[in-house]
Design a protein around this ligand. Structure first.
Ligand code: G
Ligand code: G
Ligand code: MN
Ligand code: NA
Length: 256
């Protein structure tokens, strides 16, 4: 497979770029953070989404290294936007952590190093995990996540509701954020049952003291509904697609 050569030579790592999708405060619709989403800037095929390559990267065992590099670059990006006066200290950046990455026992010290190197504090970073990473070794993973949390870094449970037995993991996970999968918001304005399920998820999250981010918000009707149901933050194409660092900086500029 072609990817393997690219990976082993380190060429792929250099062609991976970090894109940023804004996270919006549901009360005032201001940008309050972002999620870093990688893309492969392929020399001939153009910009490729993770779906086009992430499974192969994972299979070949390179995903943890890539996640680690992405996180370090994301921290430097935060520092740069701060220096440029584009964001304040409240801005929180989220990065995705693969199962492979969470198997690294020293992940918390790596994160601490990234934060310190960039001159940041843990509060400006969120680590997103899906429930699938918890299935493998719940005890060890929650111990690691607790160490990460003690750095001030927030833990978000991503893609909530589309896996199985989601509820039981909430008990073990030191999460402070729940990201509701876009599946639940899609038809919520038109469909009563969907709306009730979305409402129930938000109520449950709130009762567990979790902040709620609803993903995949594409219409103003969805956004105002999520706000009315108590969502704290929103993310989706209504506000912005994932952007290059330059485009994200331009977006921040137009917002103040
Ligand atoms: O960017 P897009 O909307 O296509 O993202 C698709 C999936 O790729 C998302 O589920 C996201 O979690 C995952 N993803 C994006 N960037 C990274 C990354 O840097 N590391 C890992 N492990 N997953 C990522
Ligand atoms: O990590 P996670 O699986 O949550 O990654 C978010 C994914 O959702 C990315 O692939 C991103 O491009 C995608 N996405 C973000 N906003 C929207 C949206 O409003 N609608 C749809 N269909 N996808 C979205
Ligand atoms: Mn995510
Ligand atoms: Na998600």
């Amino acid at each position: 497979i072609m990817l393997e050569g690219e990976l082993r030579s380190g060429r792929l790592q250099k062609q991976l770029v970090q894109y940023y999708q804004p996270v919006i405060n549901a009360r005032n619709f201001q940008v309050c953070g972002a999620e870093m989403l990688m893309r492969w800037n392929h020399p001939t095929r153009g910009l490729l989404p993770p779906a086009a390559f992430i499974d192969v990267v994972e299979e070949l065992g390179f995903l943890a290294a890539i996640d680690t590099r992405n996180r370090a670059l994301a921290c430097m990006q935060i520092a740069q936007w701060r220096q440029a006066g584009l964001i304040d200290a409240q801005f929180v950046l989220a990065v995705n952590a693969s199962e492979q990455l969470l198997r690294q026992e020293n992940m918390h010290t790596d994160i601490q190093r990234d934060i310190e190197l960039a001159g940041l504090s843990g509060e400006c970073l969120t680590i997103e995990v899906t429930e699938s990473v918890l299935v493998s070794d719940l005890e060890r993973t929650s111990r690691l996540l607790n160490r990460i949390k003690s750095l001030g870094v927030k833990i978000a449970l991503d893609d909530f509701g589309i896996g199985y037995s989601s509820m039981s993991y909430l008990k073990w996970l030191p999460a402070s954020i729940l990201k509701v999968d876009r599946f639940f918001v899609q038809n919520a304005p038109e469909n009563e049952a969907d709306r009730r399920i979305l409402k129930a998820i938000i109520i449950m999250a709130k009762s567990l003291d979790l902040d709620v981010i609803v993903e995949g918000v594409e219409t103003m009707e969805q956004a105002t509904l999520c706000r009315a149901l108590g969502a704290d933050m929103l993310q989706g194409f209504l506000f912005s697609i994932p952007l290059s660092p330059d485009d994200f900086a331009a977006l921040l500029n137009t917002h103040d």
